[in-house]
Design a protein around this ligand. Structure first.
Ligand code: PRP
Length: 173
């Protein structure tokens, strides 16, 4: 694949090291419990796959499909396109996201999942872009804080492409 116009922002080694640390922290903080990992599609799929392997606990994985309504991404109006397949009542749940940008999607998700009465509800996000924040979100397990740049790769897309890059990059258009 020709990737000349992509600058590597976070390379594979750096991702792996940080994800191993987050996995160890989650393992320690949930010792003796089962955790329900909830990756939010599509962007989190690669982070979720690596993070799940870094967690040494009994786990279940329940994917959540979300879509921003066309043209309303900045308002946080989102639609669940594929819901969890089982109840999370009384369970220890960790939402897995690729990025918290405005924070609106996560705020919606937290409200929605709280109504399902989990025992605990935590957030793991690979990236946080505070420059874009519209609403504060407490990220329990954060990979990296980034500048206000357009990131792709490692699950993140530009018009549906680049999700398969093994690193986080910046697309220089
Ligand atoms: C991205 C990301 C979050 C959301 C964060 O999803 O995965 O769900 O945007 O943005 P916010 O903090 O401004 O709400 P996107 O809509 O790009 O869909 P995708 O995961 O399918 O790529």
């Amino acid at each position: 694949m020709a990737n000349e116009n992509i600058k590597v922002l976070i390379d594979e080694k750096t991702l792996a090291k940080r994800i191993a640390e987050i996995g160890a922290q989650i393992t320690k903080e949930h010792a003796g419990r089962e955790v329900i990992l909830v990756p939010v599609l599509k962007g989190s799929f690669m982070f979720a796959a690596d993070l799940a392997r870094a967690i040494d606990l009994p786990t279940n994985i329940e994917f959540l499909g979300l879509q921003s309504y066309a043209g309303t991404k900045s308002t946080g109006v989102v639609q669940i396109t594929s819901d969890l397949t089982r109840s999370v009542a009384d369970k220890d749940v960790i939402i897995i996201e690729d990025i918290v940008d405005t924070g609106l999607t996560m705020t919606y998700l937290l409200e929605n999942l709280q109504t399902r009465k989990p025992r605990s509800l935590k957030i793991a996000s690979l990236l946080h872009k505070p420059a874009r924040s519209k609403v504060h979100v407490d990220i329990d397990y954060l990979g990296f804080t980034i500048e206000d740049v357009f990131v792709i790769g490692y699950g993140l897309d530009y018009d549906g492409r680049y999700r398969n890059l093994p690193y986080v990059g910046v697309l220089e258009l």
